[in-house]
Write a protein that binds this ligand. Sequence first.
Ligand SMILES: Cc1cc2nc3c(=O)[nH]c(=O)nc-3n(C[C@H](O)[C@H](O)[C@H](O)COP(=O)(O)OP(=O)(O)OC[C@H]3O[C@@H](n4cnc5c(N)ncnc54)[C@H](O)[C@@H]3O)c2cc1C
Ligand code: FES
Length: 315
Amino acid sequence: MAFNKPRWLLKENKGVFFFSKKKYVFFFTKKHYNEVRMYKIIYKKQLNPEICLLEIEAKDLAIAAKAGQFIVLRIDEQGERFPLTLYDFDREKGTITIVCQAIGVSTKKLCALNVGENILDIAGPLGHATKVENIGKVICIGGGVGTAETYPIAKAMNEKGNDVTVIIGARNKDLVICEKEIKEFCDNVHITTDNGSYGRKGFVTDVLKELLEKNTYDLVFAIGPLIMMKMVSEMTRPKKIKTLVSLNSIMIDGTGMCGGCRVQYDGKTKFTCVDGPEFDGHLVDFEDVMRRNGRYKDKETKAMENYGHKCKIGL
Ligand SMILES: Cc1cc2nc3c(=O)[nH]c(=O)nc-3n(C[C@H](O)[C@H](O)[C@H](O)COP(=O)(O)OP(=O)(O)OC[C@H]3O[C@@H](n4cnc5c(N)ncnc54)[C@H](O)[C@@H]3O)c2cc1C
Ligand code: FES
């Protein structure tokens, strides 16, 4: 059933009227409205102690989704809006898949949801899709949860006939994700862990340095912590290799209205949500993005303390 936007909310917030496209009028109580509109989780997998994968019923989003795009979601009425990349989508099933690292209140709440439970609202797909073309030799680098965001791009680049090399970086063996999925289509996969518990000891940039010394490449993608994307961009700059990064600046509406996600790019102000999220790494002012992303650290820490406190009370 297709609905227009709610036209009139009752003062006491008890329910909502809709005009359907055929001009019928429907009335829902708040409970029923939520049941109709919510996005149901139909599959969940814990990829490691911090990161979960969720497949969600979202037919409209699945139809329009493309690699590189993201969504902005809100778990419940008290929840804040936050962005997550589309990891995968199945147009026939009408589902989207996201991968989320539980690092703060909202992401912990999301990873605590189980199959059968619902997400209140999702806006998307947002941002520009990755331009997938046959360009030649490509390196895709994923750091931490950024590996999940790298996966659909590497897969799409491979399907276009590119020679794809993937570098996965994580703090330790338990935190390496998507290795099996990436190896299904890519023979050149390098893994690094900070403590050497799996793959090579060190950072993704150690492997990148060696690859760049041995071969020439046409494109480098880097998705992960800002500092990693900055270091990768600095490494490819002298060799003039086109380098794309997916910026994770703080977002609120995700539609270009609030200005929360603004970044300095080639001396101009850009909005990550509508101009990105992919940008040429050689033109991004990473220091500015890092400064802006750390602005709410105190509030985030406080919110986490309160959340932990409530959880313990609930036990
Ligand atoms: C385009 C985009 C795609 C992203 N894709 C993924 C993904 O696929 N998987 C994933 O695990 N994470 C992804 N992130 C990061 C994710 O949005 C944040 O981890 C999340 O918002 C943290 O919220 P929190 O309440 O759990 O943590 P908080 O304690 O509130 O914040 C922890 C850190 O997360 C970042 N953050 C907080 N609020 C926001 C916000 N509204 N927008 C952006 N960053 C924020 C800040 O750097 C902050 O220091 C993406 C971010 C962007 C911008
Ligand atoms: S998130 Fe508001 S303008 Fe980008």
